[in-house]
Structures are given as C-alpha cells and as structure tokens.
Design a protein around this ligand. Structure first.
Ligand SMILES: Nc1ncnc2c1ncn2[C@@H]1O[C@H](COP(=O)(O)OP(=O)(O)OP(=O)(O)O)[C@@H](O)[C@H]1O
Ligand SMILES: CC(C)(CO)[C@@H](O)C(=O)[O-]
Ligand code: BAL
Length: 284
C-alpha cells in the first residue's frame, strides 16, 4: 500500500498554524527531533510518539550549532527525500525542516546552557556540543509546543541534559527516553554508520560486545567492571577509545566501588575518522 509523504514545512509560522488547529481540537502532540538520515532508531521514536500522542511531528535539521570546528557538519548525510518516504507509512502529520540561514542566523545572541551535566563524557571531546543541542532543542520546543518529545537512550548524556533543561525551565514539553535500536549483531543504529567501511563496521562491533559482556556479568563492582571494559576496548582492533565510564544514570557522575542500584555504562570511540557512541544499563 502506498502512503502519502508527510506535510513538509520550512518555517516556524507554518508549524504553529497547523498545530494550533490540532491543539484547539484537544489533540496531544508528540515530537521527534532528528538530524535526518533516518533509520529504524528514529522510526522507533516516531512509533513511540504515535502510540502515545494524537499528532506526531518530526523535525529534520542538521544543527550547525552542535558541530565543533573540524567535525562532520558538511559531510553529515542529508537525505530529505528518502526520509520523507520512510516517514510516509508512520502517520506523521508534519515534518519541520527549516533552512539553517533562517533558523540559526548569524544575528542570534542567545544560548541555552545546562550547568554540571554538560562537563564531561561527550563534552570533554565536544566542548561546545551541548550548548548547541540545548539551544536548538529549546527553539524547536518553542516552535512545536509538544506535550511529549521523544529521544533515544543512545545519546544518553543528551537525554539527561534535555530532561533537566525542560524541568528547570518549566517547559511544557515532557522529555521521554526510548530504548536503543540495534542491528541483529548488536551495532547501535546511527546515521554515522554510513561512514563505515565493511571492515570498520566489524571493528565497531567491539563497542556493543564489550557493553553486552559487562551487562551480562554485572554484579555491581564498578572498579573491576570499568577496568575490564577499558581493557577490552583499548585492546580492540581498529578502534581508538575516547572514553569508557560507568556513571550514575541521573547525575552522570562517574561511579566507584560497589553499587547495588542501576548504573549506566557509556562509551565513545573513533573507528577510522567516525566517532561512535554506545551505552547500556547495568543492573545487578
Ligand atoms: N539506535 C538508536 N535507537 C534509538 N534512538 C536512536 C538511535 N540512534 C539515534 N537515536 C535517536 O534519534 C534521535 C535523533 O538522533 P540523530 O538524528 O542524531 O541520529 P543518530 O543516528 O544518533 O545520528 P548520529 O550518528 O549523528 O548521532 C536522538 O534522540 C537519538 O538519540
Ligand atoms: C536532538 C537533536 C535533534 C538536536 O539537534 C540532535 O542532537 C540529535 O539528533 O540527537
Ligand atoms: N545524536 C547527536 C547528534 C550529534 O552527534 O551531533
């Protein structure tokens, strides 16, 4: 069965016009912010939104504010036509894909910054990244005015920061975190996987495999767990480890000693020039 592509709009005004009518009719709005190059991970967020909300909105915007100097802003895959085709059967009411020149103009003077959670892990390598994310997500939340916004657990630090931001700033949009979607062999789906050669893709499996082994054997010993994870990933072929940490899932603080409560393992590594992240919950 063929489906119509979702309605594509380019300006905040058009989004508001369409969504105001739904709001007046008492419908809830679920929002899925993305940078496009959509895959099953994104579609799982769209399906979570469709299951809980009456109207689903997806944004597709490769946000220049969250890319540091020398990162892959220009190379980042932009596949709007294919994205709209993928969304067609998913019951998405609206796709918002603004032009960078109007949505992030040179004249912008405001940055949204979340203290504390934005200091380590991803931010150690990408120091300006989260200010770019929180600023753009604030803009998107203001434009869409959703009841719920759906984010992937894969970007674990990001969802914790956005949850805090929405709480601290009394945003009307509630942040909902959804599980990671993986390939059959465990590799976490990512738009950046398209950069990988066949050999690099095989090397990249070390990330999910090391996390899986850690989670399967987890008895709460953070120190030995962390050194096993580090040992496994520093020895892995074709991978240059950035970090491997076991953290508190709420505060994101690195943990020590023995813990009976839930912990979160987070890793980041370069496979060639591609930087990948992955994460897994550790439960005794
Ligand atoms: N494998 C996945 N499972 C579930 N959600 C995912 C997955 N990959 C990405 N997401 C979520 O999709 C949303 C949009 O992410 P984004 O467009 O950056 O995709 P991405 O695949 O993470 O790309 P990148 O490789 O650039 O990080 C984010 O909330 C992200 O956490
Ligand atoms: C949340 C987001 C769409 C903001 O640009 C991006 O960081 C992403 O895709 O995870
Ligand atoms: N999913 C986070 C987007 C980024 O890496 O910039």
């Amino acid at each position: 069965m063929s489906h119509d592509r979702p309605h594509l709009v380019r300006t905040p005004e058009e989004v508001r016009t369409v969504l105001d009518a739904h709001r007046r009719a008492g419908r809830t709005i679920g929002f899925v912010p993305t940078m496009g190059a959509l895959h099953e991970g994104h579609l799982s967020l769209v399906r979570a939104a469709a299951a809980a909300d009456d109207v689903v909105v997806v944004s597709i915007f490769v946000n220049p504010l969250q890319f540091g100097e020398g990162e892959d802003l220009d190379a980042y895959p932009r596949t709007l036509d294919a994205d709209l085709d993928l969304l067609a059967p998913e019951g998405v009411a609206l796709v918002f894909s603004p032009a960078p020149s109007t949505f992030t103009p040179e004249t912008r003077r405001t940055t949204v910054h979340v203290e504390g959670l934005t200091g380590g892990l991803e931010a150690a390598t990408r120091p300006t990244h989260f200010d770019g994310v929180t600023t753009i997500v604030t803009k998107l939340f203001n434009v869409v005015g959703a009841d719920h916004a759906y984010f992937g657990e894969k970007d674990f630090q990001q969802q914790a920061i956005l949850r805090r931001m929405a709480l601290d700033l009394d945003m009307r949009t509630e942040v909902v975190t959804c599980p990671i979607v993986r390939e059959a062999d465990g590799l976490a789906l990512s738009s950046r996987n398209v950069y990988l050669s066949g050999e690099q893709r095989r090397d990249a499996l070390a990330l999910s495999q090391a996390l899986r082994e850690l989670a399967d054997g987890w008895e709460g010993n953070v120190d030995s767990g962390r050194s096993t994870l580090l040992g496994r990933l520093t020895a892995a072929q074709g991978i240059q480890l950035d970090y491997a940490e076991i953290i508190d899932p709420e505060t994101l603080e690195p943990l020590e000693g023995v813990r009976s409560g839930d912990c979160q393992a987070v890793v980041a590594a370069w496979v060639g020039t591609t930087r990948l992240i992955d994460t897994m919950r550790l439960r005794v």
